[in-house]
Design a protein around this ligand. Sequence first.
Ligand code: KET
Length: 396
Amino acid sequence: MFQHVDAYPGDPILTLNEDFQKDPRTNKINLSIGIYFDDLGRLPVMAAVREAESAMLSSIGPKPYQPMTGAINYCEAVQHLLFGADSEALRSGRIATLQTLGGSGALKVGADFLKRYFPDSQVWVSDPTWDNHRAIFEGAGFVVNTYPYYDAERGGLNFAAMLDAIKALPRHSVVLLHACCHNPTGVDLSAAQWAELIPVLREGGLLPYLDIAYQGFGDGIVEDTHAIRALADADVPFFVANSFSKSFSLYGERVGGLSVVCPDKDQAGRVFGQLMFAVRRNYSSPPTHGGQIVARVLRTPALYKLWSDELAGMCERIQAMRRRLHDGLVQRVPGRDFSYFLTQRGMFSYTGLSAEQADVLREQHGVYVLRSGRMCVAGLNNGNVDRVAEALAAVL
Ligand code: KET
């Protein structure tokens, strides 16, 4: 019966992470998956999350199904966080927001909706992008293409080529954009570049689809929403998939959201209804617990402060690790430019390592990075950074 089923080659990120767990070496170092670890290499439980969850446990209640679109208090908190409480688009009721199963669930529900109402559109993602973008949109039935993004020679953004490619797209093409902390390159558009891109998106009748999975890991919680707020102000209809996996260290709770900014309230109502139907046909309704942790933190000023302070501290630690790795490499491999470790933003650095070098790093040194050369710098700590510098110097 299943003879024709192909063997699954595995996922470039999740399977590597599982291989790491199985690796018996005690000195192994995991810089593969995008997960923030603390300086002792532990997955943190954030203080605000602990407080919110403790409060929730002290009043355990019944557990009905949630609405298909999730909890209203959660969706409102997401809207305020992404768009700002005084956003015009929000006040005019033209943003449809639902609670989803992480950022991935948001991307998938939005992709299903788009395939239904824009069946002839194709999707355009940055070259490179998070591996699962392609998989999710192809899984929803789209042809997925790339637009130029990363300039490997300069270690920066090839903005002119990106803009030219996007200018040439047919109307209603879906353009996937990273709102901040681009995965995997750590290279973002500046505010001035967004200001140049946005009219191109609007005039081309394109459908921007923003992904924000690292809010707070760039310039700050509000600063990292710059692109989202600028698009909303520019009257461009667009999609935003957001994730709290990293910013709340709530990976396994699957907490995310999908917001669609529409031209007016009436269209937002209809879009909301069809997104609801897309959810119903996928998984019916989202789980309660994780969303309520996040809603409680975002809506309680003292907890919000605790959360934002801790998140800022996590960013500082990542920056400190970027500096230590950079300095360690400059010392060991003189004459080579490692400044990209300092300029790339968010959780990742794109090292330029080849797949073969990544294999040697893993097999001989127990240091796991993706075969694309992406390194999760949030997995570095004071106890392992020198060994990583040593191992990198050996394979370069
Ligand atoms: N978008 C981006 C850009 C992203 O990097 C991730 C996860 C997600 C969405 C998914 O978020 P979630 O809320 O967990 O569904 N990225 C890391 C983990 C993974 O591949 O699933 C990673 O790149 O390592």
